[in-house]
Design a protein around this ligand. Structure first.
Ligand SMILES: [Ca+2]
Length: 245
């Protein structure tokens, strides 16, 4: 009986122990055999993991602005005298002519005439002024043009073209004046004289002695014995007017 129980106990233990031992034995090669490929797979996976793309900072393209078309200031201009008819009056009916300080002094004087030989532009005439201030007496003379209360308040400068005559000689400077109905006389010295036509622009603010340009009565040119060298010479003028820019 004891033996039978012992055998039975052995059988029971065997039934419990043997499957567990079998599993242990089988687990050893299984762990070893599976572990290596897993590491390889993991290694491969690591290798296969795509590296993050390096961030390449791209500098922003410089903003290139299209060149802007330069807006030309609108120039408003009116020509009072282009002398293209070759006779008086001016374009607005204003009379003009030469004047002399002392008509009785034959040694000095100024005369006006028209010429197509030295005109500014392709047609018509220009104003020719021949002056002589070579006198034993104080001498000055020049040119006048009536403006008939012309309202120039919407403009801001007097404009004209001037040219000196290289054959006769011409002054380095001469005086111009703008007079108004208030009795103001604005003065300015022109120095842009050369043997070629030169544009002259005199801002109203450059006239000394006049503030009101709403009723202009006269424009004058003055050749002075103190300022004119040579004391006798010739200039040409054309396209006298007003402009605003
Ligand atoms: Ca002309």
């Amino acid at each position: 009986m004891r033996r039978a129980l012992f055998v039975l106990g052995i059988l029971i233990l065997s039934s419990i122990c043997l499957p567990a031992c079998g599993q242990k034995k089988a687990a050893v090669p299984e762990k070893v055999g599976v572990a290596a490929p897993q590491q390889q797979v993991q290694a491969l996976k690591v290798e296969a993991t795509p590296a993050p793309a390096p961030k390449v900072e791209v500098a922003p393209a410089p903003v290139v602005e299209a060149p802007k078309a330069e807006a030309k200031p609108e120039v408003k201009e009116i020509i009072l005298a282009d002398f293209n008819t070759g006779k008086k009056p001016n374009n607005f009916g204003g009379d003009f002519g030469a004047w002399n300080k002392d008509p009785d002094d034959a040694t000095q004087g100024c005369t006006e005439s028209f010429t197509s030989d030295e005109r500014y532009g392709k047609e018509g005439f220009s104003l020719q002024l021949d002056y002589d201030v070579d006198s034993p007496n104080p001498a000055f003379n020049g040119f006048w043009m009536k403006l008939d209360n012309f309202d120039a308040s919407s403009y801001n400068k007097l404009v004209f073209y001037v040219k000196g005559d290289a054959k006769t000689g011409y002054p380095a400077r001469f005086k111009i004046e703008l007079k108004n109905a208030r009795g103001e006389v604005g003065k300015y010295y022109v120095t842009q004289i050369s043997p070629t036509w030169a544009p002259v622009e005199v801002p109203f603010s450059s006239f000394d002695g006049i503030k009101d340009f709403s009723k202009l009565t006269e424009f004058t040119v003055v050749f002075e014995d103190s300022a004119s060298r040579p004391k006798a010479g010739r200039i040409y003028m054309d396209n006298i007017g007003f402009a605003k820019d």
